[in-house]
Ligand binder design. Structure first.
Ligand code: GRF
Length: 196
């Protein structure tokens, strides 16, 4: 049984998909905490329904950058997690945190990286760019987090078609279904690979 912590900012559907799999026994892990930079986000409700401790750490709660970083590291260190899972965490991680957990932080991105990754490619903008470029396929990527945004080693991808008449929203919804199927399985496989 390995230990994960999750960071999320938004609706938290990826977070929910992961903790549901844990609840069903498909993913033999314990989720020790949720860190969010957005105390009112949907992810918080999902954490509470599973009794997972929530830590709201943001520029608002910790206006001083050093105090903000220290608060994040304090939670990470306290739980001695094996993997840190970013599930729609919309803020760049401090380098100190990335260095604390080398090759132990996973992220999911809604495009086939290396395409449509990096600065400016987040949320619906990713899907807008895919459609504007007339791509025939897209899909989620799970990757390790390195200091360069969206450039860490790719662990898994799922391809989905871009259909005629797709809007960014319809494409996002098709990709999101595959995110939920891909993320927990990749976490499981990666944990087995690194022996946690
Ligand atoms: C997902 O599209 C994910 O790929 C991206 O942020 C979105 C989060 O969605 N990193 P949700 O909060 O998990 O519903």
């Amino acid at each position: 049984m390995f230990k994960i912590g999750v960071m999320a900012s938004g609706g938290g559907s990826n977070f929910k998909a992961i903790i549901d799999r844990i609840g069903e026994g498909d993913l033999e892990a314990q989720c020790k905490f949720l860190i969010t930079n957005n105390g009112g986000c949907g992810a918080v409700g999902h954490a509470e329904s599973y009794g997972i401790p929530v830590y709201h750490i943001s520029g608002k709660t910790h206006p001083d950058t050093a105090a903000y970083e220290a608060a994040l590291l304090e939670v990470i260190d306290r739980y001695d997690i094996d993997l840190l899972i970013l599930a729609g965490y919309m803020k760049a991680l401090p380098v100190s945190l990335i260095k604390r957990l080398p090759d132990r932080i996973l992220n999911i991105h809604p495009s086939l990286l290396p395409k449509y990754g990096g600065k400016g490619f987040w949320g619906i903008h990713v899907h807008e760019a895919v459609i504007a470029a007339n791509e025939k396929e897209s899909g989620p990527t799970v990757h390790l987090v390195s200091e360069e945004i969206d450039q860490g080693r790719i662990l898994a991808q799922t391809r989905v078609p871009v259909e005629d008449g797709d809007t960014p929203e319809t494409l996002a919804a098709r990709v999101l279904v595959q995110e939920h199927a891909l993320y927990w399985k990749t976490i499981k496989e990666y944990a087995a690979q690194i022996g946690v």
